[in-house]
Design a protein around this ligand. Structure first.
Ligand code: ADP
Length: 237
């Protein structure tokens, strides 16, 4: 089991200059997320959810304030260091699955591990963990297919398998169920929660879907870049 990451957001702002105006996408956030917990970030469109998630994952740096992943202050690290942490420790699941069209499902899943310089150790060059993921995600029949031969739900599963293949300590989802019907959406969430529970990773999901949010352990609501509510949710089976 991989050790989960804790997150600490301290006085974080993110301002953008747009057409001579300053947009306060994130406006003074303080959030602590314990290792191994699951959190939904919700709020109306434009309230700063994606901007926050991008900063948690080290894709962007705050304008001011600090973000720690465990004891590492990721917000002050140069891009090369942040890229290393992203590759090694974070799994991103996006609404648009961003699969590479010229790679098969399995090659897409292996892509992140290849970036980490890891070679599979199991049969056929695949790691046992990866083979298990492909099976659990119901992708065994589809591993050699290309993205345009897969349904939307199957592409999302490949995206999830890719995000989990390297055993991330932090899983970040940006509207991971955004374009899915409610049944597929529920099963994608099942997979994320199962992955979180079996690996012990920390899970943070941005969503506008109340059904998705309620299934995570805690719901943080943003408005105009600020936290307006933070409560533990009652998990539904
Ligand atoms: P949400 O994910 O809650 O919909 P975002 O984090 O995408 O919100 O955006 C928050 C605010 O910041 C919005 O007003 C958006 O227009 C603005 N914003 C986000 N990214 C940029 C950018 N790169 N340049 C300028 N403004 C941006």
């Amino acid at each position: 089991m991989t050790a989960a990451m804790s997150l600490r957001v301290e006085g974080v702002t993110k301002h953008y200059r747009a057409g001579g105006l300053t947009v306060k996408a994130v406006d003074g956030l303080d959030i602590e997320i314990e290792a191994g917990t699951s959190v939904a970030i919700v709020g109306p469109s434009g309230c700063g959810k994606s901007t926050l998630l991008g900063m948690l994952g080290g894709l962007e740096r705050p304008s001011s304030g600090r973000i720690w992943l465990d004891g590492t202050e990721i917000s002050s690290l140069p891009e090369a260091e942040r890229a290393r942490i992203r590759r090694e420790s974070i799994g991103f699941v996006f609404q648009s699955y961003d699969l590479l069209p010229f790679l098969t499902a399995q090659e897409n899943i292996e892509f992140q591990q290849a970036l980490n310089g890891e070679n599979g150790s199991g049969t056929n060059g695949k790691s046992d963990h990866e083979a298990d993921l492909i099976k659990r995600l119901g992708l065994s029949e589809h591993a050699t297919k290309f993205p345009d031969q897969l349904s939307g739900g199957q592409r999302q599963r490949v995206g999830i398998a890719r995000a989990l293949a390297h055993g991330p300590r932090l899983i970040l989802g940006d509207e991971p169920t955004g374009e899915l019907d409610s049944e597929t959406s529920a099963s994608v969430l099942d997979l994320l929660l199962e992955a979180q529970e079996t690996t012990g990773a920390t899970l943070v999901v941005v969503t506008h879907d109340a059904d998705v949010a309620e299934r995570l352990g805690r719901v943080v609501t943003l408005r105009d870049g600020k936290v307006v509510s933070d409560r533990s949710a009652v998990r539904r089976a």
